[in-house]
Write a protein of this length. Structure first.
Length: 277
């Protein structure tokens, strides 16, 4: 099948064994659906699924950041802050797609003040999905971040045919620290002992992100990444979010990572799963 045939509004579909993945390049190149043995894992809807956060992750304070002596204002789309980047709001180009792998890209443009290119690849197997993202500059260096915001269903629905499962997702992870969250919903810069949820918080895992979601009797899914930063959000009844990212919220200001012509930003994440029934 040609690339052009793969870029309609139905999305790009990959499959491996009993696993089906749909990527929607026209809707921010998000994973619109992940079905394992016919069971959907992601919250459905045009704002959900699993979307890329790029060229920044989470909130940027008041939508402002600096690059050397230059100050920039981003659209304030989560007042009083800017949130989750621009990549989820644009159409991406399909570079290649086959049965189990696909690659996409888009060019950075207004309201982001620097030119560059963002690429995202997906590799599906019967028991894993690996997603990789890169940010490259076409000229000036600039600070950037990359990450993902999946909306995993809290409840996978009815019990399996053998009567197993039916419970809500359980989250298990062992962070070294939690970023203290201020009244403005941004990290204060102070690291504290991890606290019990519910969370909308950033955690540090220096040995790499390693978070397990378990739907009792149904499925275990691990979210891993070489990055040390993860945001966990479980304040909604419908879904839980485990968000590996290259830096903390407001990191454009507090922990800038420069993308240069010889040093692109690269970020990778793997979801791996095993059936419990």
């Amino acid at each position: 099948m040609t690339t052009e045939e793969r870029t309609d509004t139905r999305g790009v579909r990959l499959s491996a064994g009993d696993v089906e993945l749909t990527v929607a390049p026209d809707n921010g190149c998000r994973v619109a659906s992940l079905r394992i043995d016919g069971t959907e894992l992601l919250r459905q809807g045009p704002r959900f699924g699993s979307f890329p956060m790029v060229p920044w992750c989470g909130r940027v304070e008041l939508g402002r950041f600096r690059n050397g002596g230059r100050s920039h204002q981003l659209p304030v789309n989560a007042p009083p802050h800017a949130i989750h980047g621009t990549g989820r709001e644009v159409a991406w180009r399909t570079i290649s797609a086959d049965t189990t792998a696909a690659a996409f890209a888009y060019d950075l443009a207004d309201p982001w003040p620097y030119s560059g290119r963002v690429s995202q690849t997906f590799q599906l197997t019967p028991d894993s999905l690996t997603t990789t993202m890169s940010v490259e500059t076409e000229g000036d260096s600039f600070p950037a971040q990359a990450g993902w915001h999946p909306w995993f269903l809290r409840d996978l629905g009815e019990e399996a045919a053998d009567g197993a499962g039916g419970g809500e997702a359980e989250i298990s992870f062992q962070p070294e620290w939690q970023e203290e969250r201020g009244e403005n919903h941004l990290p204060t810069g102070r690291r504290i002992e991890p606290r019990p949820g519910p969370w909308d918080d950033c955690f540090g895992m220096p040995d790499g992100v390693d978070v397990t979601l378990t739907w009792p009797g149904r499925l275990e899914l691990k979210v891993t990444s070489r990055s040390e930063w993860v945001v966990v959000y479980d304040e909604q009844a419908e879904a839980v979010c485990v968000e590996p990212q290259s830096g903390p919220p407001n990191g454009l200001n507090t922990l800038p990572r420069l993308v240069t012509p010889i040093d692109p930003l690269e970020m990778s994440m793997t979801w791996s799963w095993r059936r419990l029934a």
